[in-house]
Design a protein around this ligand. Structure first.
Ligand code: SAM
Length: 215
């Protein structure tokens, strides 16, 4: 099962309410994003739209994309309820329907690791294309310190599936260390990387902020 199909089911069932409130790290990063003069933003893999709405409320020209139709509908609905304008498209992270240098800031929270190394490289190349030179990219990636690293079938390098898992581990998850992050993000400068637990013990994810080089 592809990751977006799993999430489609979660969003449709109404079981994803833990994803309704903005994440603290994202909230805290916005001062820096603003200080860099960012105006146009993309929430890639927007889910229920919590961060896309936050960005719009904070005065950014906020756009959102997700491969799951239910996420697109939920984000449109959230924007309507909050009285903000957020153009939302249904799109795959590896094939974004935006022109070159469309955004000053791209956010991808718990999205880009739902693939293998090849898929991740395709996504990063799309982020590189749609970001303006000097633009910022905030992304979370699964850490090799995460308790799930190494569990299940290794379907390709550092990419695991757990076919019998009761949660989203049924689809591919790619894990990285700091050196991997730097290698994947060719053309970007790593400004911040913090390996921190999310909601449960052992749930280590990298919180990364990259800046696209100006060539
Ligand atoms: C864990 S949820 C995170 C949602 C949101 N970023 C948030 O922080 O609330 C992962 C999201 O990524 C989306 N996703 C998964 N694979 C995708 C793909 N190939 N292209 C675009 N979105 C994808 C899913 O549909 C889901 O909405």
């Amino acid at each position: 099962m592809a990751a977006y199909a799993y999430w489609e089911h979660v969003w449709r069932s109404g079981a994803g309410q833990a994803w309704a409130r903005p994440d603290r790290w994202v909230v805290d990063e916005l001062a820096l994003v603003r200080s860099q003069g960012a105006r146009s933003t993309l929430d890639l893999g927007c889910g229920l739209g919590r961060h896309a709405v936050l960005l719009a409320e904070q005065g950014f020209r906020s756009h959102a994309a997700d491969r799951a139709g239910a996420a697109v509908a939920a984000t449109r609905d959230a924007a309507r309820r909050h009285g903000v304008d957020v153009p939302v498209v249904q799109a795959d992270m590896a094939a974004l329907p935006y022109g070159q240098e469309s955004f000053d800031f791209v956010l991808a929270f718990n999205v880009c690791y739902h693939t293998d190394r090849r898929g991740l490289r395709r996504t990063i190349s799309e982020v590189r294309r749609v970001l303006r030179p000097g633009g910022l990219y905030a992304v979370t990636m699964l850490s090799k310190r995460n308790a799930e690293y190494g569990r299940g079938n290794e379907i390709s390098a550092d990419t695991f599936c757990q076919p019998d898992a009761p949660d989203d581990k049924v689809h591919p998850h790619l894990y990285a260390n700091r050196a991997d992050l730097v290698e994947f993000h060719d053309g970007f400068r790593l400004l911040q990387a913090r390996d921190a637990e999310q909601s449960t013990p052992g749930s280590f994810h990298w919180q990364c902020l990259f800046q696209l080089g100006s060539t």
